[in-house]
Design a protein. Structure first.
Length: 236
């Protein structure tokens, strides 16, 4: 495993700076986004913490038997980790779970199989490709595909020793506008066949150019047995 971990304080600082600038940024987006309120920020931070724990414990989120973690990331993005919020949104969570496992023409199997076929590519390309497969139609989740996709990209990057992807005031427009095009493209379409290589190259280069080491904590030693046990309990 890579010896790097996510600096959650630095991630929060970047997200808070984005939050302050987001109304201005939204004016220039081709497809304006919902406002970036405190709940969204806190849920994203909980998602980054979950990714961090999974990496510390050596959990492969894209391995069969571990795919429930991808579903949990989406639940955290939308509802956080508060049991009351989850009870209030129980019907939506159940619908998302059914959609996640049972949708045809895409779904989690498409993500896993795509990643397996492209293991020889750079982590920037793999993270970009997985993100594109999450966003394109049919989308992996009912809601929260952009945010959950950012967390899945971060998992792949940090596991490989790279900084997590964090949306900032500087990189937001370059992220949202191309993403809006992907959400309107079907995975099985001829348009995707021609668009996928170009989109993957764009997002791969985008991720690499905006990688920020300030979002990483460097560890000098592998996690202890106690650390792994704590992470396992947190991710279980």
């Amino acid at each position: 495993m890579a010896g790097s971990r996510i600096d959650l304080a630095a991630v929060e600082a970047s997200l808070r700076a984005l939050q302050a600038e987001f109304p201005r940024i939204n004016e220039f987006l081709k497809s304006p986004r919902d406002r970036l309120d405190d709940e969204v920020i806190l849920n994203l931070l909980a998602g980054y913490a979950y990714v961090d724990r999974a990496i510390a414990d050596g959990v492969d989120l894209l391995a069969l038997g571990n795919l429930r973690h991808l579903l949990e990331l989406n639940t955290i993005v939308l509802c956080g980790e508060d049991p009351l919020a989850r009870r209030l949104n129980a019907r939506h969570i159940a619908a998302t779970e059914q959609h996640f496992w049972e949708q045809s023409g895409g779904g989690v199997r498409d993500i896993v199989e795509w990643h397996e076929r492209h293991r020889g590519e750079t982590v920037w390309q793999r993270a970009a490709g997985v993100y594109i497969r999450i966003l394109s139609e049919p989308q992996l989740y009912i809601e929260g595909n952009h945010r959950t996709g950012a967390l899945v990209m971060s998992y792949l990057l940090v596991r490989d020793g790279k900084p997590p992807f964090v949306l900032t005031a500087e990189n937001a427009k370059e992220y949202f506008d191309p993403s809006a095009v992907i959400t309107k493209t079907r995975k099985s379409s001829l348009a995707m066949l021609f668009r996928m290589p170009k989109a993957k190259k764009y997002f791969g280069e985008y991720l690499k150019s905006h990688a920020d080491d300030t979002h990483l904590l460097t560890r000098t030693a592998a996690p202890t047995g106690g650390d792994r046990a704590a992470a396992r309990a947190s991710c279980g």
